[in-house]
Design a protein around this ligand. Structure first.
Ligand SMILES: Cc1cc2nc3c(=O)[nH]c(=O)nc-3n(C[C@H](O)[C@H](O)[C@H](O)COP(=O)(O)OP(=O)(O)OC[C@H]3O[C@@H](n4cnc5c(N)ncnc54)[C@H](O)[C@@H]3O)c2cc1C
Length: 248
């Protein structure tokens, strides 16, 4: 069996530091995984993929199993919403452009519409870490708006800067990125501590201990005791019996 990874960019894990990219590529090499960088998949056929190589040549490569990991598309409802808005800033196919308070840009006389998580475009990556911080921010804004409404001020007429003088725009705090690279190993890029919480420098770590930390973080982020129990149980089962590969 041969495994080939096609990557459009010059290196895998494009958002990580080059040290971690090289470590990942070396790990793939040790595992006999062939990486073809700067190679763009242009078409998926039932039994072969068509790729465009760095030099522009087109090749058809046969496959037995294809796993698509190049990301996901925008939901039709998000396209439909964006097409209803005539503002020229609202013309991206990737989501809804939002302002610093996560309100959809270009909505007039309709109060505020917020777009959070993957559907909102505000310069941050579409990750769960961003989405959860945006959710907390939006809850703060809505609570503040509700408080004003209780005092008979119409929410649609409110200026958010007045409602939240201290926290008037959303500020993302990046807490680090992990990626599992196979064989019980992970790479991580953790920002060094800085007073404002947005450090430019990172700690780069990799290996089995990083994978253990990745699992620890993942486990603590699960939202219920039941899920923690089920996920923890699955991990232990896989360690003891291996992955369940059969179809029953
Ligand atoms: C395979 C995969 C792995 C990922 N791994 C990571 C990771 O390791 N770390 C990380 O930070 N991020 C990861 N992400 C990204 C992360 O999952 C998303 O950024 C995050 O879930 C975004 O949250 P969200 O609430 O915006 O959207 P979602 O979590 O996608 O929630 C949107 C919800 O809306 C529902 N919905 C859609 N249309 C309608 C409709 N018309 N009416 C009603 N409901 C509707 C959907 O069913 C869904 O439940 C991963 C994503 C994928 C696909």
């Amino acid at each position: 069996m041969a495994i080939t990874v096609f990557e459009a960019m010059p290196h895998v894990l494009g958002s990580f530091d080059s040290e971690l990219q090289q470590e990942t590529e070396a790990q793939f090499e040790r595992e006999h995984i062939n990486i073809q960088t700067e190679t763009m998949v242009t078409k998926v056929n039932p039994k072969a993929v068509t790729v465009r190589l760095k030099n522009g040549d087109i090749q058809n490569i046969d496959y037995g199993l294809l796993v698509w990991v190049a990301g996901i598309g925008t939901r039709p409802i998000v396209h439909a919403l964006s097409e209803c808005i005539t503002d020229p800033k609202q013309r991206s196919r990737r989501g809804l452009q939002v302002d610093g308070c996560l309100r959809v840009v270009g909505i007039q006389n309709a109060g505020s519409i917020f777009a959070l998580g993957d559907c909102g475009l505000n310069g941050h990556a579409p990750t769960a870490q961003v989405a959860s911080q945006e959710g907390r921010y939006c809850a703060t804004v809505l609570n503040a708006l509700q408080e004003k409404e209780n005092r008979h001020v119409k929410a649609s007429t409110l200026n958010l800067a007045e409602v939240l003088p201290n926290v008037n725009t959303f500020e993302y705090r990046h807490k680090g990125s992990f990626a599992y690279i196979g064989n019980g190993k992970a790479v991580a890029q953790i920002p060094k501590f800085s007073g404002d919480g947005n450090s430019e420098e990172n700690w780069n770590v990799n290996g089995r201990a990083t994978y253990a930390a990745w699992r620890g973080v993942y486990w603590t982020k699960l939202l219920s005791v039941k899920n923690r129990f089920l996920v923890g149980g699955d991990w232990i089962k896989t360690e003891v019996f291996g992955r369940a590969l059969s179809r029953e």
